[in-house]
Design a protein around this ligand. Structure first.
Ligand code: UDP
Length: 454
């Protein structure tokens, strides 16, 4: 065990959590604070790119499943086994660190696992909760948790539901999905709401956002809790090519088809390609995939579409031959490299918070097709607050027709409205760079965190 101050960082084992929390570790390292990143592995031997250097040590622990078992058959069972594994292995790790004379100072844990606060405190560590969603979403969950905001929300569907500082009125359509009656994931509602259940006892709240992004709401948040905004966790080199920070991704659960994407994008004109990705978890119904495929084809634009291996059989037969040079389908991309490429003119996204921040930071306007969890609320940010994109209009059952994809692509890729979005996106890009640059609000927050624990 190395000597010197250090902290433990424990993300939930999903790409949308691993990405920002591993980048956070790198930011700490750049300011001299070491960390141990505890990775719950979904495979007996970790698939993670083991990219640890002197300042970030990776400590893999099992997810509690045997080889050959499918961990994702039953979400409750998965969460229970992960929890049991962490409860066994984390105290052992802390104990070992103590025995070696180098106890960690704090546990930075994912907000979806609030019970980790008691483990931190029980071992004499400070507990810092890390939110991978915007403050607005956390504040909504807080009010639901306190009982001051009643769910399910569908009954309010077409009337104004709630307002928050600096934010337009929210209808049910804009709320995190699990708050609505129609949600088919009742246990997820419990998990997202419990994130805020012990917030009064937490030592510090970290969030992957930046001050200017949620400025007015932040005043209320800061009056309630000790908060540090440390985002966007996008490596600064993507924001400003002159910066030499290591631009590597941290930890990826998927293998990107990087060279293939870059070669294809290099052959295209600036702003001519629609990038399409729904992140690591969203599953589209087969008829929706078909409709999207036809919509992209009919849009007339070039498109680079990420279709994970598990979704591939939903692509229409002969589709790849039919589209020819018009489109490229890959199983995973290095998304930041794609968004940073000059030929990409817009991002059709599921509105995952990381994807939204990445697109915003790189000045790429968006088409939002939110699916679940915080994505509808993020889409509201994108369309009505940041004004950097449009949200697709779905039919009553949530289905989006091909004509709607064609309309949205046309609106963002061409015409005056598209230009306005591009200008807004450029403005946000500058503000994001300001926040993470030396002396910027998020840079100062990282420094403050480091000073607390160094
Ligand atoms: N991502 C990627 N390549 C892809 C698709 C996604 O690198 O082909 C990354 C993306 O850059 C982001 C993360 O995976 O950092 C997805 O997180 P997000 O919050 O957007 O969505 P989630 O997967 O959690 O739904």
């Amino acid at each position: 065990m190395r000597q010197g101050s250090h902290v433990i960082v424990l993300p939930f084992p999903g790409q949308g959590h691993l990405t920002p929390m591993s980048q956070f570790c790198k930011r700490l390292a750049s300011k001299g604070l070491k960390s141990t990143l505890v990775l719950v592995s979904d495979k007996p031997s970790p698939p993670y790119k083991t990219e640890h250097d002197d300042s970030v040590t990776v400590f893999p622990i099992p997810n509690g499943f045997q080889e050959g078992e499918d961990p994702f058959q039953d979400l409750d069972d998965y969460i229970e086994r992960v929890q049991a594994s962490i409860k066994t292995h984390l105290p052992e790790l802390i104990q070992d660190m103590k025995l070696s004379g180098n106890p960690p100072k704090a546990l930075v844990y994912d907000s979806t696992m609030p019970w980790l606060l008691d483990i931190a405190h029980g071992h004499g560590l400070k507990g810092a909760v890390f939110f991978t969603q915007p403050w607005l979403v956390s504040v909504i969950y807080y009010h639901v948790n306190k009982g001051s905001f009643s769910v399910p929300a569908t009954k309010y569907a077409h009337s104004t539901l709630a307002s928050f500082p600096s934010f337009p009125m929210l209808s049910a359509n804009d709320l995190p999905s699990y708050l609505c009656e129609s949600s088919s994931y009742p246990n997820m509602l419990r998990i997202v709401i419990e994130q805020l259940s012990n917030i009064e006892r937490v030592d510090l709240l970290l969030c992957n956002t930046f001050d200017k992004l949620e400025e007015k709401l932040l005043k209320w948040v800061k009056s309630m809790w000790p908060v540090l905004n440390i985002g966007p966790t996008v490596p600064s080199m993507y924001l400003d090519k002159r910066l030499s920070e290591d631009k590597s991704y941290g930890f990826s659960l998927f293998t990107p088809k990087s060279a293939e994407c870059m070669e294809w994008l290099n052959s295209k004109q600036p702003n001519s390609v629609v990038y399409v990705s729904f992140g690591s978890l969203v599953i589209l119904k087969e008829d929706q995939m078909m409709e999207l495929a036809q919509g992209l084809k009919e849009s007339g634009c070039f498109f680079l579409w990420v279709v994970r291996d598990t979704e591939l059989d939903k692509i229409p037969r002969n589709y790849v031959e039919e589209i020819g040079e018009k489109g490229l389908i890959v199983s995973w991309s290095l998304q930041l490299d794609v968004l940073a490429h000059e030929s990409v003119g817009c991002f059709l996204t599921h509105c995952g918070w990381n994807s939204m921040l990445e697109s915003l930071c790189l000045g790429v306007p968006m088409i939002g097709m939110p699916h679940w969890t915080d994505q509808p609320t993020n889409a509201k940010f994108m369309e009505d607050v940041w004004k950097v994109g449009v949200r697709v209009k779905a039919e009553g059952d949530g289905f989006v027709r091909r004509d709607e994809f064609v309309r949205c692509v046309g609106q963002v890729m061409e015409g005056e409205k598209g230009e306005e979005m591009r200008r807004s996106a450029e403005k946000w890009k500058v503000l994001a760079l300001e926040a993470v640059s030396e002396g910027g609000s998020s840079d100062k927050s990282i420094q403050e965190f480091v000073s607390m624990f160094c």
